[in-house]
Design a protein around this ligand. Sequence first.
Ligand SMILES: NC(=O)c1ccc[n+]([C@@H]2O[C@H](COP(=O)([O-])OP(=O)(O)OC[C@H]3O[C@@H](n4cnc5c(N)ncnc54)[C@H](O)[C@@H]3O)[C@@H](O)[C@H]2O)c1
Length: 370
Amino acid sequence: MINFVLRTNLPVSSRVAVGDGALQEADRLLQQCEIGKRILVLCQPSTRQLFANPLVDLLSAGGYDVDLMELPDGEACKEHSVLLDVWSRLQDKNFGRADCLLAVGGGAVSDLAGFAASTYLRGIKLVLVPTTLLAQVDAAIGGKTGINLPAGKNLAGTFYFPSAILVDPQTLRHLPERQMRSGFGEIIKYALIESTVLASTEFRGGPRSLLAVLQDAVKEPLDCDNPSLAGIITACIKMKLAVVAKDPQEGRLRRCLNLGHTLGHAIEKISNYGCTHGEAVAIGLVFACRLAERLAKLPAEQTAVLIQLLQAAQLPTTVPEGLPKERLVETMKFDKKRVGQTIKFVLPAGVLGNVELDADVHPDNLLELL
Ligand SMILES: NC(=O)c1ccc[n+]([C@@H]2O[C@H](COP(=O)([O-])OP(=O)(O)OC[C@H]3O[C@@H](n4cnc5c(N)ncnc54)[C@H](O)[C@@H]3O)[C@@H](O)[C@H]2O)c1
């Protein structure tokens, strides 16, 4: 059952459907988005049988002319050769601007599909069906697209908003446990920015804070049967959409979504992606708290609360052994804009839930703290 359909007031308004059974409603939702008759479904090897084939059948029965392309798994799908293949297929099939690319899978396929859709004919319709927890709460929400270049990850990208996003928590039933935990790394980040989002956007939270909800949720296994899961996913999506609606292109407020990501990105890169995105963000969140403690912006007890939650979710809290600290600091310096001698960080402030968007940090503090 779909528990909400929400229109956002973004450059392109997006319909977001969240709930068990959202996939079965795909043809009805697409009709509301007034897309053309042609759809190219992009999937990953893991999502072809499970979700893409049934979607092709459903949409074909609904009168659409549907084609399917299976892309390489993981980051390999974000290479420019794959982008060329997708553009070529769109051209072979004579796609026009009203026709649609529909991505079914994790953040890798939604990033590639978004980039392809935003650039082909200067923009065709896009629909996303995220099937990893990370993609449902983060990668498919917010309009950032990207592909990787030989020099680094996500170096070419656009801001481009899908016509619809269909989030069905039941698709997570097949997700490996580690990928599920990785999604919780990103979810815990949302708990750490909730008060700032409440104060700065139209987001209206539930009766309890996301932090309190998560502290209860981790008492049960963090799988598809966790009774809090659908509510948690919905809260994160609403929070991200509220931030993005206020600041679509990361002028200032949107930076709060990067909490924990400065060290997180460096860990992903230096570990050669041995750490998943959510694991690296989890470590980055603890680091941001410690940095805030050092600058007398956060009491140590607040960091302890975070660490307890991360450990209950079986996420790492310290930098893995063997990663050279100097290289992490160098990578962090490049990740951030320098202003004079200091670099700007998003840091927890006062209490978990509240963040300062541009705290000044001297690079020497980073190495000492690591
Ligand atoms: N655009 C954004 O705002 C944004 C934000 C965060 C991350 N990202 C990007 O997202 C990517 C990471 O996303 P991800 O963690 O979803 O990784 P992913 O897309 O590589 O998926 C992880 C693995 O899960 C498999 N999978 C997907 N759905 C499944 C299911 N339901 N059951 C079983 N297996 C399934 C995939 O085939 C893959 O092997 C990175 O490229 C990152 O840069 C983008």
